[in-house]
Design a protein around this ligand. Structure first.
Ligand code: JFZ
Length: 460
């Protein structure tokens, strides 16, 4: 190793040591007052509806579980072949009003929908490419516009999912670890691709009344899936593919500073981001193997996403529909960890949401109608015991959500000064003993409780 190299290594280590997030020492971002207000709204909102819908929905996974919006990659479909799909996408039963009403009925306060997934097809009227739903499909309607109008009508906020990774655009080059079977020429201009991406982002930020962006696909620029799983610092790689994230984020915040930006990169937050998201795992857990490490949880508002069955996009044979119990416990577990819950559905190619999903979403809404007070507008904590209970708090009230029905009694240590305790649903009093910091009471679980929620009123 020569001395220049050696000194740059030393320099990198030095930067890593002084920076809270290694390799990002030069980054800075100060959110505006409007942005901070939006973050508070976001944290109060607690649940949202995630929607994966696009050309891939037509194929429905091709009879294979575990494939939906990744069909182009997983079945090695070329760009030429995939380009036949827009003409087949004619979801005449799509009804923005019905979707938004369903989200509302489920107790959701916002919708996050794919405006462009990895396949590169825009679900809105993009002026920078004809590869979009208005110019390319027989439907000829901007579904994102229709949703925007309906959301405004029904008092719901709208986020744009946008994939930075693109399996269609020729200038998405060098290729990352996906999109290599698309038969695009082995050449392309990365900067030109970024210009295209930013032009689309600019359209969405300028022309639509949205609450923010949900970016994804940033993680593509590594040599292979194994490297990806090891969580290298994607931006400082050797592939000549600097995403210039700050530039894109600044573009957005310069247009509307309140727009909330999140990016599904599974790393500690980058400068310019306003919330941090977790995929298929609660914050701090990593059961998928590609989750965010516990030490990478930052200070931003949190959001956990999970899908209603096993797929993000529509899948014909996926019957792993989650039960009401599972969904409620997810909501509660997320809120107890100070996180939102973004629950995904993958509508069918005709534009309708599956009946079994509609049913459980309505049931979730009925649960939220009763228990919403213990969820909306709260913050996570102060008490938590893995698999046993979580708490949410608002002002002088702590809501203890008991998840383990088999716990006979609960004993814990807390400095909280308690005025009274009662079952949340029927206000029946709960006898407790508080000696110093030791709190003890019998689990007031009743048959039929999905979670047993206890209202703890604190002394002033
Ligand atoms: C990403 C997307 O790829 C996916 O289609 C969906 O939109 C989800 C919400 O976000 O998640 C990923 C990305 C990469 C892997 C798994 C999930 N991977 O490499 O295993």
């Amino acid at each position: 190793m020569n001395t220049t190299k050696l000194s740059s290594v030393v320099w990198c280590i030095a930067i890593a040591l002084i920076s809270p997030f290694s390799g990002r020492a030069q980054d800075s971002y100060t959110p505006t007052a409007e942005n901070l207000v939006a973050r508070e709204w976001f944290q109060d909102a607690k649940i949202g509806m995630f929607i994966h819908w696009g050309l891939y929905s037509i194929i429905g996974g091709g009879g294979e579980e575990g494939i939906a919006e990744w069909i182009m990659q997983n079945k090695k479909i070329s760009v030429d072949a995939y380009e036949k799909l827009p003409k087949l996408f004619n979801p005449t039963e799509f009804d923005a009003k019905a979707w938004v009403a369903l989200a509302k009925a489920a107790g959701m306060k916002y919708i996050t929908i794919t405006t462009k997934h990895h396949d590169g097809f825009a679900m809105y009227d993009s002026q920078v490419s004809d590869y979009n739903i208005v110019d390319g499909s027989p439907l000829g309607r901007g579904i994102f516009r229709e949703l925007e109008q309906e959301c405004k009508e029904q008092g719901i906020k709208l986020f744009a999912y946008y994939s930075q990774l693109d399996w269609h655009h020729p200038d998405y080059f060098p290729r990352g670890w996906t999109g290599r079977y698309t038969e695009r020429p082995e050449s392309g201009n990365w900067e030109k691709y970024l210009q295209y991406q930013d032009a689309q982002v600019k359209e969405l930020a300028t022309n639509y009344d949205i609450a923010g962006f949900w970016f994804d696909g940033f993680w593509d620029q590594v040599p292979d899936r194994e490297t990806w799983l090891k969580r290298v610092d994607y931006r400082i790689d050797n592939n000549n593919t600097d995403w210039k994230l700050e530039r894109t984020y600044k573009l957005i915040h310069d247009i509307k500073s309140h727009l909330l930006i999140g990016n599904n990169h599974h790393e500690a937050p980058y400068a310019g981001e306003d919330f941090q998201m977790f995929e298929k795992d609660l914050p701090g857990k990593n059961t998928t193997g590609f989750g965010t490490a516990a030490e990478d949880i930052g200070e931003l508002p949190l959001e956990t996403c999970e899908t209603i069955n096993g797929s993000w996009g529509f899948n014909l044979i996926d019957d792993n529909h989650k039960s009401l119990e599972t969904l409620v416990r997810y909501v509660v577990n997320a809120a107890g960890r100070n996180s939102n819950f973004l629950l995904n559905v993958g509508p069918m190619p005709n534009g309708r949401i599956q009946d079994e999903h509609i049913k459980v979403l309505q049931e979730l809404g009925q649960w939220m109608d009763i228990y919403g007070v213990t969820i909306y507008g709260t913050r996570g904590g102060p008490l938590i015991k893995e698999d046993a209970y979580v708490t949410t708090q608002k002002d002088r009230v702590v809501y203890l959500h008991i998840l383990d029905a088999d716990l006979e009694s609960i004993a814990l240590e807390t400095p909280l000064k308690i005025k009274k305790m009662e079952r949340f649903d029927d206000q029946s009093a709960i006898t407790f003993r508080k000696r110093g910091k030791q709190l003890r009471f019998v689990n007031p679980h009743k048959k039929g409780d999905i979670v047993t929620t206890v209202k703890i009123v604190l002394k002033n």
